[in-house]
Design a binder for this molecule. Structure first.
Ligand code: UGA
Length: 428
């Protein structure tokens, strides 16, 4: 099929390159001409395992190209995926300016039937607005359909998630739109749920909110475990094996980070408020998550007392492994405010973190470099290389042998036997 993917960000690039890999003819479009120039010269603006290789292969084989000319790209395609950003406004609501702009541009470029598919996470009813916008700006009255096909891609495993989805959600009004999308997704051999557009839109917000709720739930359990001396990992295993609960997304830690969960939770709370429902549970999910950073900082203080002029090492700056998206920044800001000196290292996110944190942090070449003269080490991201550290060597380099394991990657007994003072999240 001939496809245009509008928005060459994280979702757009993954979607575009995967559809190309499935044998379609794909143009990734972005109005940022410098980004398109870079992509054309083989430079990929984000770090996502496997993406660079996939893009290069499909460009080489002539199935994938890049353009900043939306008009030309739309007129050459039958299916158009909207993958532009929906950033949060100050009140949590999603800002849909880019979606409206793209809908207008598509309408003005249409000369034959188009299927316009929302891929970006959008509030329920956006499909209606996209349809109305296209109708208003579609002078030749060209036939079109709008569909919702939310993405469930995780940063760090996005290509795998795209190619092996748990399910594909297709929200449509017409049979033609349904048939095109079923055909497009047929090679994935995944379960396909066909529904109305509003339900499809809602499924995305409901899924992310439920997952965020699982994390805040287990973090609350971890806070109780801390007070009672129980081990949250054991509790998590014990409840997760109940199939009604499920074992995924029950790792306690310093809370969920990244862009999607915080943004989608805020947006869904606003959507519910606007339709007259106070979604109290989700507000509590947010509160628990915000609090979890302070729980970690309190643990540091319990181990090394005042933070003024102490040196704290932070292992991991990304919000999870296999991404360069930064998350530990919130924690670092609290530590800096308390007067601590910070040494930090991340396998992938150093460049981005330097841009945001600059002079306040000493960026180190590896975890051992971080450990030098530290009063405490915090594990903020569960990168594999931190799981395999030579802790004896780390201990020799530190001023005080203290580890606060914000991701519960170490076995408390082993670490304590090496002579460390140790605290995990919900386990000691
Ligand atoms: C999330 C969803 O998992 C995707 O399905 C969805 O498509 C995406 O948002 C989106 O809306 O675009 P992502 O934000 O990339 O994906 O990251 P996750 O792997 O879901 O992790 C989110 C955060 O939760 C991370 O900070 C992670 O460390 C944390 N987490 C996750 C926990 O603290 N505990 C867990 O058990 C699991």
């Amino acid at each position: 099929m001939k496809i245009s993917v509008i928005g060459a960000g994280y979702v757009g690039l993954v979607t575009g390159s995967c559809f190309a890999d499935l044998g379609n003819d794909v143009i990734c479009v972005d109005n940022d001409a410098s980004k398109i120039k870079k992509l054309k010269s083989g430079k990929i603006p984000i770090y996502e395992p496997g993406l660079e290789e996939l893009i290069k292969l499909n460009v080489k084989e002539g199935r994938l190209s890049f353009s900043s000319d939306i008009k030309n790209s739309v007129s050459r395609s039958e299916v158009i995926f909207i993958c532009v950003g929906t950033p949060p406004k100050n009140n949590g609501e999603a800002d849909l300016t880019f979606i409206e702009g793209v809908s207008r541009d598509i309408a003005l470029s249409m000369s034959s039937y188009k299927l316009i598919v929302e891929k970006s996470t959008v509030p329920v009813n956006t499909g209606e607005w996209v349809e109305r916008t296209i109708k208003v700006h579609n002078p030749r009255n060209v036939k079109f359909d709008v569909a919702s096909n939310p993405e469930f891609l995780r940063e760090g495993s996005a290509i795998k998630d795209f190619m092996n989805p748990d399910r594909v959600i297709i929200g449509v009004k017409s049979k033609k739109a349904k048939d095109i999308l079923i055909e497009l997704y047929r090679p994935l051999k995944s379960e396909i749920i066909i529904t109305d557009i509003k339900s499809a839109e809602l499924i995305k917000h409901a899924a992310n909110s439920f997952l965020a709720m699982k994390i805040s739930f287990i973090n609350s359990i971890s806070n109780v475990c801390d007070r009672l001396g129980a081990d949250v990992n054991e509790v998590s295993r014990g409840i997760g094996l109940d199939r009604r609960i499920g074992k995924d997304f029950l790792n306690a830690g310093i809370g969920f980070g990244g862009f999607c969960f915080p943004k989608d939770l805020g947006a869904f709370i606003r959507i519910s408020e606007k339709c007259g429902y106070d979604f109290g549970i989700l507000k509590e999910v947010q509160r628990v998550n915000d609090m979890q950073k302070s729980v970690l900082v309190k643990k540091v203080e319990e181990m090394i007392w005042n933070l003024q002029d102490k040196t704290v090492g932070v292992l991991g700056l990304s919000f999870k492994p296999d991404t360069d998206d930064i998350r530990a920044i919130g924690i670092i800001s609290i530590l800096v405010k308390e007067g601590a000196r910070i040494r930090a290292y991340d396998p992938a996110a150093m460049v981005k973190a330097k841009g945001v944190l600059g002079a306040r942090v000493k960026f180190c070449k590896d975890a051992y470099d971080v450990a030098k003269n530290c009063d405490c080490i915090i594990v903020a991201t569960e990168w594999n290389e931190f799981k395999e550290l030579d802790l004896k060597k780390m201990k020799k380099l530190m001023r005080q042998p203290v580890i606060i394991d914000g991701r519960n990657i170490y076995d408390p007994e082993t670490v304590k036997l090496l002579g460390f003072k140790y605290s995990g999240m919900g386990r000691r």
